[in-house]
Write a protein that binds this ligand. Structure first.
Ligand code: SAM
Ligand code: SF4
Length: 328
């Protein structure tokens, strides 16, 4: 059983994309209002007074789209400067990254994951739910800016949707041959858009691996912060190829993370809605931080029993929150 020392912090539930696998089609999502979001000071208090003393050392900022969060660079600088922060990373769709990459790096961020589901602008826009001018060039520019700023490792996340972008697996994996980039293929999960999942299903990492292996061969590989990914390397490549296989392989026994939503709910398992606790209300009502820490410690102790296998989609069969709302 892994020690839980990793917290994913959602900074905002809003997003400037509407990816078809992340959000339900044609349904209005209600977003949190500004005062409902944890403030930067509240996040720092929770990290220093609650999570730090409980052994959390690694943090990932996510959303929604974290680059939409006002005050992001300051928050990164404050979190990076904490003596207990051993690792700080961020996941973004990259759309606003070209202008922010250098500032984020200067603030102390070193690791970044950028979602890039396709190299084809039309397919990319289809998946990102974009109907206007293509957003692909700006995301590509964001990736280049992150590369130029020095982010290492720079990871590219690809959610593979059957019949939409699965034909690009080789081309995306091929990016790692002459770039120090780390492409990670993620199995599509039934969270966010049930209709799309029902129509399309998901493709196993194993079958993708076999295709890449058949084309170039695949050696074992490694990359900093691999988490649940199985990492490989095309022979002679500079970067790596990773597979996150939460549908085909249960990695609950290796799970070392908790998730804090933008409105302060702490969730020990991505797919378990009942086992979460509200940290914002007690924090705002002035509860002793030691008491708050005790509650989080109790949830940590219960975490091994709360896992993906017992996922509780509720009586409607749907999860109450999308990945963008939970903080994927
Ligand atoms: N907006 C940022 C982004 O897209 O990178 C960060 C938040 S997003 C919720 C985090 C990750 O969750 C992204 O890599 C996204 O592709 C992934 N994701 C969203 N919905 C998913 C689903 N139904 N199945 C698998 N991965 C999903
Ligand atoms: Fe937004 Fe990320 Fe969800 Fe896409 S995957 S809609 S970019 S939160």
């Amino acid at each position: 059983m892994s020690v839980t020392d990793y917290l994913r912090i959602s900074l905002i539930d809003r997003c400037n994309f509407r990816c078809v696998y992340c959000m339900p089609e044609g349904e209005e999502l209600s977003y949190l209002l500004g005062p409902e979001l944890l403030t930067n000071d509240e996040i720092l208090t929770l990290v220093t007074e609650v999570f730090g003393p409980l052994g959390f050392r690694r943090f990932r900022l996510t959303g929604g789209e974290p680059l939409l969060r006002p005050g992001l660079v300051d928050l990164v600088a404050n979190l990076a400067a904490l003596p207990t922060t051993e690792d700080l990373a961020l996941t973004t769709n990259g759309f606003l990254l070209a202008d922010l990459a250098a500032d984020l790096y200067a603030a102390g961020l070193r690791r970044i994951n950028i979602s890039l589901d396709s190299l084809n602008p039309d397919t990319f826009d289809l998946l990102a739910g974009n109907r206007g001018r293509s957003r692909w060039p700006q995301v590509w520019a964001g990736i280049q800016a992150a590369h130029a700023a020095g982010f290492d490792p720079l990871k590219l996340n690809v959610v593979v949707i059957p019949g939409i972008n699965d034909g690009e697996v080789e081309a995306l994996a091929g990016l790692t041959r002459d770039r120090n980039w780390h492409v990670r293929f993620i199995e599509f999960m039934p969270i966010g858009n049930d209709a799309l999942f029902g129509d399309r299903g998901w493709i196993s990492s194993e079958s993708l691996r076999d295709r890449i292996r058949g084309l170039w061969g695949l050696d074992d590989g490694s990359v900093l912060g691999a988490g649940p990914a199985d990492v490989f390397q095309i022979p002679g490549a500079i970067g790596t190829v990773g597979f996150i296989s939460q549908m085909s392989e249960c990695f609950c026994d290796r799970c070392n993370r908790m998730r804090l939503s933008a409105d302060g709910w702490l969730r020990p398992c991505l797919l378990n809605e009942s086992a979460q606790i509200d940290l914002r209300s007690p924090l705002r009502s002035g509860e002793r931080l030691g008491a708050l820490r005790d509650r989080v410690a109790a949830l940590l102790a219960a975490k091994p029993e709360i896992n993906f296998k017992q996922r509780d989609a509720g009586t409607t069969g749907r999860y109450g929150r999308t990945m963008s709302q939970i903080g994927g």
